[in-house]
Unconditional design. Structure first.
Length: 141
């Protein structure tokens, strides 16, 4: 079965990435989650893993090419017989602009919601408003 390798979305505002280096070449066997290329965006540099185990049969973009998120950048063949018969050809500069599902970006832990400021009573606000008194010496007499 032929499987797409797509340019992943590395953050909410990231719309494209630049392929820095192919870690595998056409004809190489790859394991699921084995890094196959590195990419660079304006916010992060990362290694991209194979979506499934198989053989890398086609590379569509060369190092230095900037590619939109969701674009197919390479193809894997998961069927062993078909992968053996696939020609080992060099990286083809053909550009395929087919939409594809992007991997969900890793969500950063959300910052806790800011608590609204509570209004101080006039008794508490008066000593706090006096800039000449050190905080430790302020009282609400």
């Amino acid at each position: 079965m032929r499987v797409e390798v797509i340019m992943p979305q590395m953050g909410e505002s990231i719309v494209e990435g630049t392929i820095v280096e192919w870690l595998k070449k056409v004809g190489d066997a790859v394991a699921r989650d084995e890094d196959i290329f590195t990419l660079s965006t304006d916010k992060v540099d990362a290694e991209v893993p194979a979506p499934q185990a198989g053989v890398l049969t086609e590379i569509l973009f060369e190092p230095g090419d900037t590619v939109e998120v969701g674009t197919v950048v390479a193809w894997l063949e998961t069927d062993a017989e078909a992968a053996k018969s696939a020609p080992a050809k060099a990286a083809a500069p053909a550009r395929v602009e087919a939409p594809a599902k992007a991997e969900a970006p890793a969500k950063a832990a959300a910052a806790p919601a800011a608590q609204p400021a509570k209004a101080a009573s006039p008794v508490a606000a008066a000593p706090a408003a006096d800039p000449g008194t050190p905080i430790g010496e302020r009282s609400v007499d």
